[in-house]
Write a protein that binds this ligand. Structure first.
Ligand code: NAD
Length: 392
């Protein structure tokens, strides 16, 4: 099969197995280039392990520290006529490389929010890997079925309190235009917290502790985006921000409940970048295209792997972590510092339909977007016939 990108709105509906493998190989190479990372995790569970920040966490744990990894993800397998999802191919590529490097790796594909998945993970840990000393929680999902009630909740991306009018960029129509976002009602806020808040992270930690598969001094982290004034109305202080605030509550609850094991729980704040999750958020493609422009000029641009390597090296396993007043690890300083934000704000105020491509790094954004699905990578021959049926 010859595979070319099929982009529909903010998503690409297919993926390229060779391109995804190349993108995983590049991230592994980056981590290996950093040399000896010293003491780190040995047995790692990554919930949301197949793309974005979770995949980068798995790669850093395995190829930076030689850790065994168990991944959990929700991906579609390929068929004869249809490609698998990018996360499927990334996971297959990760497994192949881990095997070659003699690293234990296993992945369970299914709904991380369910009780069944938690039971399956615990069984795997008992059977093959032993107690975990790091749990990374990196899920991004539009819906969640509460295992206690069977009720399915959907998240909403809306402002809280009042409507918000802002510029946005429509990647489909190549158009910069104004958009007015209606405020969420209480039910929408509640539902978003049910999906993207800390409840499921807590349930995971409770289940692992109850089953006796958490190592003493186990660390756990869940990822958040905090941002600044430009994104607060649609992210930080919006429905998703309310859900992310709930992670802070969950972190404290996890520390309290599992004090016998001295579990360390931190929310980690990461920078905004192109992933499947962020491209679905209104305003983010415009904001990210502008920060790419500014941060590349400053020489401070980072992708998932650089951010996560930094998080492990300086915060999770470093001596001098950057912590904020809410006990969160902060890896977003290069984006959120006042000087950089002022440059982004200046561009934001000027940007119009006419000058968008000149002022922003949309070319860089679009390249990164295609790369998420294994496309637009120089070393890959996209005219070659490839077998979509890859497994792990
Ligand atoms: P992503 O879409 O690339 O990854 C999401 C992962 O979750 C995938 O591995 C997917 O398979 C898995 N997943 C989704 N639903 C699942 C389910 N029901 N069961 C099992 N697995 C499931 O997203 P990302 O951008 O890497 O986001 C990961 C975390 O990082 C999120 O909490 C997000 O809010 C946070 N974050 C993202 C950004 C950003 O700019 N992208 C910035 C800061 C923090």
């Amino acid at each position: 099969m010859v595979i070319k990108p099929k982009v529909r709105g903010f998503i690409c509906t297919n993926a390229h197995p060779v391109g995804c493998a190349e993108s995983v190989a590049q991230q592994i190479a980056y981590v290996k280039e950093q040399g000896d990372l010293g003491e780190g995790p040995k047995n790692v569970l990554v919930i949301g392990s197949s793309t974005g920040y979770g995949l980068a966490s798995r790669i850093t744990a395995a190829f930076g520290y030689g850790a065994n990894t168990l991944g959990v993800c929700f991906e579609k397998a390929p068929t004869e006529r249809k490609t698998g999802t990018a996360g499927w191919y990334n996971t297959a590529a990760f497994h192949k490389q881990a095997e070659q490097a003699g690293l234990y790796a296993d992945t369970l594909n299914g709904d991380a929010f369910s009780n069944e998945m938690k039971e399956d993970v615990i069984a795997k840990l008992k059977e093959n890997m032993g107690n975990v000393d790091l749990v990374v929680y990196s899920l991004a999902s539009p819906r969640r079925t509460d295992p206690a009630t069977g009720v399915t909740y959907k998240s909403t991306l809306k402002p809280v309190g009042q409507e918000y009018t802002t510029k946005t960029y429509d990647t489909d129509k190549d158009k910069v235009h104004e958009v007015t976002l209606e405020p969420a009602n209480d039910e929408e806020i509640h539902n978003t917290i049910k999906v993207m808040g800390g409840e499921d992270w807590e349930l995971w930690m409770d289940a692992l502790a109850d089953a006796g598969v958490l190592a003493e001094n186990c660390k756990t982290t869940a990822y958040t985006y905090i941002g600044k004034e430009l994104t607060w109305p649609i992210y930080g202080q919006a429905t998703i921000g309310k859900a992310k605030e709930d992670l802070d509550r969950a972190a404290a609850a996890i520390i309290g409940k599992h004090s016998d094991l001295l579990v360390e729980a931190h929310v980690s704040s990461l920078k905004a970048l192109v992933t499947q999750a962020s491209s679905a958020i209104p305003v983010m493609p415009l904001y990210i295209s502008l920060i790419y422009q500014v941060m590349k000029e400053e020489g401070t641009h980072e992708g998932c792997i650089e951010q996560i390597y930094g998080l492990f090296n300086t915060c999770l396993y470093g001596d001098n972590p950057t912590l904020d007043e809410a006990n969160r690890y902060r890896m977003d300083g290069k984006e959120t510092n006042d000087a950089t934000q002022a440059k982004i704000k200046a561009l934001w105020d000027q940007v119009t339909q006419e000058n968008f491509h000149e002022l922003s790094d949309y070319a860089g954004y679009h390249h990164e977007f295609l790369k998420l699905f294994g496309f637009d990578i120089d070393s890959v021959d996209y005219d070659a016939d490839v077998d979509p049926q890859v497994s792990w």
